[in-house]
Design a binder for this molecule. Structure first.
Ligand SMILES: Cc1cc2nc3c(=O)[nH]c(=O)nc-3n(C[C@H](O)[C@H](O)[C@H](O)COP(=O)(O)OP(=O)(O)OC[C@H]3O[C@@H](n4cnc5c(N)ncnc54)[C@H](O)[C@@H]3O)c2cc1C
Ligand SMILES: NC(=O)c1ccc[n+]([C@@H]2O[C@H](COP(=O)([O-])OP(=O)(O)OC[C@H]3O[C@@H](n4cnc5c(N)ncnc54)[C@H](OP(=O)(O)O)[C@@H]3O)[C@@H](O)[C@H]2O)c1
Length: 556
């Protein structure tokens, strides 16, 4: 007789986001005529009654909301890939699957490079699927760029400081849509959280999914190279200086892409006598008090830093080559053209005008950088495009390597959550790898799609393309497309806020009220005719909802 054991978990919601969770529910076996209750359980955290969970039959994939698999490191401990508050509280114990072609021998191991949001997400899903992994992290923390560091330049081990956070940074996507789909933020608090809150959230994620056991700290990956069909990973223990080599079956590169500054070549820069820095090294504005400052680049960093520096500076020249920023800006911020060349005391701009400046901040973005990938890995960066990548992530020539988080202009944590699961589906043989010609063809089609929208150096830029991209990954990986539609809706609304109300958009609250609904709460001090203070729900008449942005909110 074939029957399944199904657990209905009733107790998760009150404890989501915490390390301890209680489980209580019913143990069922599925019979032809429906479920039959075989017993009850009620327990806390690690005391889940694993021994009661016996598989009675070969299990046929796929499961409904997750798979319960033997944890190879934890002595027969089944794991639930719970989908948290985003799915019904129903878990189905699923099959123990073996990677395609591999028998039930020694499990294949995965190296994860970096314990930022991407690396943690990798550990969460790999461990849930019972795949042994080691996460190599060069710092003593998890959270990557969200671990604010006052220090600039080199860290205590002589490595470049990784984080690009500045002291007063607040997120630019409301936290309830920025989060991983399977790990919502706790209720309450401001939508536009501080970097410290995101760091705490990531710490909670690591704790909740018991990920610390996989992270090897102060482990700087120095070199990754192919070794037959596997990968040699050379790691330096930064505390002892000891260098070791381990061999893995797959590598997930999660080293972050906003750490190595891109600084354009400015002719005559050596003549310039003022202060010059990259936004990567910007922490707070006090050193610019009373100064005339050029901020080059008007994306997220440039806009944020220009506004903050303007609070203390004499004049800020926001220098860029885009259309003028349509939002109101502080009175002492002037938008000017991009830089043509430097002079001794300032800059000649592309329209022939000049500005005198005591300092320039290059908010000109970052470079993809994989210094530890040996040339034999075959990964190259050509005009800001990482090749050869299938679906912006999978090493097409050596598909046991994936580079996570390459796309930008996205909701990063959501992208990680999908990319990792796609990799896992391939790695476990749940879905076949497409033939090489098909991957090449799809990659070319995708490139052309991007080139229609963006310049050649932005072929990993996503914006609107991120939504079909996520759906494609879910379909290709045959896993649940668990991002709520409201994420896209809020993302679009917020993009509009940011564009038109740069100075005040972070005081607007976004509360997710369902899969497809949200409330947008304006600050009570605002007083604009088109945007009355108070709550606006998505269901309100279109005129009111759609036109709220047309009048800038008052600056406090
Ligand atoms: C200033 C700034 C603001 C941002 N604001 C937002 C925002 O509001 N919302 C949002 O969603 N995203 C934001 N982002 C994007 C942010 O980068 C992503 O949200 C996400 O944190 C990236 O995670 P990651 O794991 O890919 O990289 P990271 O967080 O950079 O983590 C990479 C990790 O890899 C480690 N590492 C690197 N090289 C090695 C090595 N050789 N050996 C061992 N370990 C290594 C690093 O120490 C680090 O811990 C912002 C980024 C920046 C720079
Ligand atoms: N939470 C927050 O508020 C916050 C704050 C800062 C950063 N971030 C995040 O951090 C990441 C990096 O953002 P970023 O703004 O640092 O980098 P970015 O998005 O890469 O933006 C860099 C900008 O500089 C411009 N630029 C480059 N060279 C230039 C030149 N020579 N002259 C004029 N302009 C030039 C680029 O123009 P082109 O587009 O034409 O190349 C681009 O607009 C993003 O994910 C962002 O969302 C978030």
């Amino acid at each position: 007789m074939v029957f399944r054991m199904v657990c209905f978990l009733h107790g998760l919601d009150s404890t989501m986001g915490h390390s301890m969770h209680s489980y209580h529910g019913d143990i069922f076996t599925m019979k032809k005529n429906g479920p039959k209750i075989r017993g009850k359980f009620n327990t806390m955290g690690n005391q889940f009654p694993w021994s009661a969970m016996m598989f009675h039959a070969p299990w046929d994939p796929p499961c409904f909301f997750g798979t319960g698999q033997q944890h190879p490191l934890g002595a027969g401990r089944p794991y639930f890939t719970d989908t948290a508050a985003t799915a019904p509280r129903t878990m189905v114990m699923g099959p123990q699957q073996h990677p395609l072609g591999a028998g039930p021998g020694e499990p294949r191991r995965v190296a994860v490079i970096g314990a930022g949001a991407a690396g943690l997400c990798a550990a969460r899903h790999l461990s849930a699927a019972g795949v042994p992994c080691t996460v190599f992290e060069q710092t003593g923390h998890v959270g990557g760029t969200w671990v604010y560091n006052e220090r600039v330049g080199l860290d205590q081990f002589g490595l470049p400081v990784h984080s690009s956070m500045y002291r007063n940074l607040r997120i630019n996507i409301p936290k309830h849509v920025m989060c991983y789909p399977d790990f919502p933020f706790k209720k309450g608090g401001r939508s536009y959280a501080t970097h410290q809150e995101i760091r705490d959230y990531l710490k909670n994620y690591a704790q909740h999914f018991d990920l610390h056991q996989f992270v090897q700290h102060y482990s700087h990956v120095k070199r990754v190279a192919p070794q037959g069909s596997r990968w040699s990973v050379v790691v330096e223990d930064l505390k002892s200086g000891r260098v070791t080599e381990e061999v893995f079956d797959a590598v997930l590169v999660c080293n972050g892409h906003y750490s190595v500054p891109y600084t354009p070549t400015v002719p005559n820069m050596s003549l310039y006598g003022g202060v010059s820095m990259h936004s990567h090294d910007y922490r707070e504005p006090s050193r610019f008090a009373g100064a005339d400052v050029v901020v080059l680049g008007a994306n997220a960093s440039g806009l944020d830093i220009a506004v903050e520096v303007a609070k203390v500076a004499n004049t800020v020249y926001l220098s860029h080559n885009k259309d003028p920023v349509p939002s109101r800006l502080p009175d002492n911020v002037r938008q000017v053209k991009g830089i043509k060349e430097a002079t001794e005391d300032g800059f000649l701009l592309l329209d022939g005008s000049t500005v005198r400046a005591d300092a320039v901040i290059f908010a000109t973005g970052y470079e993809f950088s994989f210094p530890f990938l040996a040339p034999e890995c075959g990964v190259r960066v050509v005009n800001n495009r990482v090749v050869p990548l299938y679906k912006h992530m999978l090493h097409r020539e050596r598909p046991t390597m994936a580079l996570i988080g390459i796309p930008y202009c996205v909701v990063p944590f959501v992208i990680f959550h999908y990319q990792i699961r796609y990799f896992l589906s391939l790695f476990l043989g749940r879905v076949p790898l497409p033939p090489r010609e098909q991957m090449e063809r799809e990659e070319e089609e995708d490139l052309q799609k991007h080139l229609l929208k963006f310049p050649a150096r932005h072929t990993h830029k996503m914006a609107d393309l991120q939504w079909p991209y996520l759906r494609e990954l879910a379909a290709a990986g045959s896993f649940e497309d668990d991002m709520w539609p409201v994420v896209q809706e809020v993302y679009d609304a917020v993009e509009d806020d940011r564009k038109h109300q740069l100075l005040v958009y972070r005081s607007i609250e976004y509360n997710v009220t369902g899969r497809d609904s949200y409330e947008r709460v304006l600050p009570s001090t605002s007083s604009t005719p088109a945007a009355p203070a108070g709550l606006m729900t998505k269901q309100q008449p279109p005129q009111q909802h759609l036109h709220h942005h047309q009048q800038p909110l008052q600056i406090k």
